[in-house]
Design a protein around this ligand. Structure first.
Ligand SMILES: [Zn+2]
Length: 337
């Protein structure tokens, strides 16, 4: 049965937005919006909040999970709608969102993709686009910190690998972890995955293990309500498969590279696995072609790091580099028609 919005996960946790871009609502004594999507979802989020009889004044916190355009695009609009709300994000997210050039690219991507999605009928009305030179983060959230959002405890887990600024949020009272894009996406129909390790394969594997250790009953992502994982056994299986498939995929590409496959073939293999499911609904193929080099680099640079440190488990060392601001990944000049 298709899931509709607002989608209730527990007494106090709801999913808002559109199936392509999810925002979570945590309703305690006050409310928090978590993972802040693209601007095109703002009219939907506001309508869904009204449907839940939540006053604008009840929104106290806006929580960034990572600083990519499709996860902060709505933020300037939500800040305007809820001026009393505090914006929370990791230190690295604050760094990225303070950089005018990057924020300008994010803004252009947000406007262009949201306009395209309106043209294709995904979005109805769009907000009047705002111009903003940077996106302020009011409060830094740190690894292992326990926040109280409207009186509900929320543990912050640094889960890099997709980007250096990624955090997952563990909600013990709701038996849930919200991972945004940190660990990739498990595809239940094919028992396969969508790779998302733009920063590092090794760090992604460590982040997956960290979420596995929580043993929660719900795994929420930043995209596709259809992919939401429910039930402890299902979450455990999804995370185990994400770990296995991430490792296998990196190994396959590495073996192709070792056998002398040209870069074009390696990129085509990465693209074949990436351009599926909601990513194929959201993007045109050439956008994913533009980001494939980052997945490839994360695989091949891990191998080089392993070789130089003499690490026997080649291909999976983590380099820990900060590639959050990876320019062309978000360049509006590429992948747009
Ligand atoms: Zn995303």
């Amino acid at each position: 049965m298709p899931r509709t919005f607002p989608y209730q996960l527990s007494d106090r946790l709801f999913v808002l937005g559109d199936n392509l871009f999810l925002t979570y609502l945590l309703r305690g004594e006050t409310c928090a919006l978590i993972d802040l999507a693209a601007s095109g979802t703002v009219p939907l989020i506001r309508k869904q909040l009204r449907h839940l009889a939540i006053d604008d004044g009840a929104i106290e916190n806006l929580v960034i999970q990572h600083a990519h355009w499709d996860h902060v695009g709505a933020l300037p609009y939500l800040r305007e709608a809820f001026p009393r709300a505090t914006v929370l994000g990791s230190e690295k997210a604050r760094e990225v969102l303070g950089k005018t050039k990057i924020v300008d690219q994010f803004r252009q991507n947000d406007e262009r993709w949201c306009s395209r999605l309106r043209d294709t009928g995904v979005f109805g009305e769009l907000p009047d686009f705002l111009s903003y030179p940077s996106i302020a983060v009011d409060r830094i959230i740190r690894d292992n910190e326990t926040l109280s959002l409207g009186g509900i405890p929320v543990e912050v887990l640094a889960t890099p690998g997709h980007s250096a600024c990624s955090v997952s949020l563990h909600l013990p009272t709701e038996d849930t972890v919200l991972a945004s894009d940190a660990v990739g996406f498990y595809l239940p129909e094919s028992d396969d995955f969508l790779p998302m390790f733009f920063q590092s394969v090794g760090l992604t594997l460590a982040s997956i293990s960290r979420l596995e250790a929580l043993g929660v009953a719900t795994l929420g992502y930043g995209h596709s309500l259809d992919l939401l994982v429910r039930g402890k056994a299902a979450v455990s299986h999804a995370l185990r498969r994400l770990r296995e498939r991430t490792r296998e995929f990196a190994r396959t590409i590495q073996e192709m590279a070792d056998a002398g496959a040209p870069e074009g073939d390696l990129l085509a293999a990465v693209h074949r696995l990436s351009y599926r499911d909601f990513l194929a609904e959201l993007y045109l193929p050439d956008y994913l072609q533009a980001v494939s080099p980052y997945l490839l680099k994360a695989i091949l640079s891990a191998d080089r790091a392993a070789a130089t440190t003499g690490n026997a488990q080649r291909g999976f060392a983590s380099d820990g580099r900060d590639t959050t601001s990876t320019r062309t990944l978000f360049s509006p000049s590429r992948g747009m028609r």
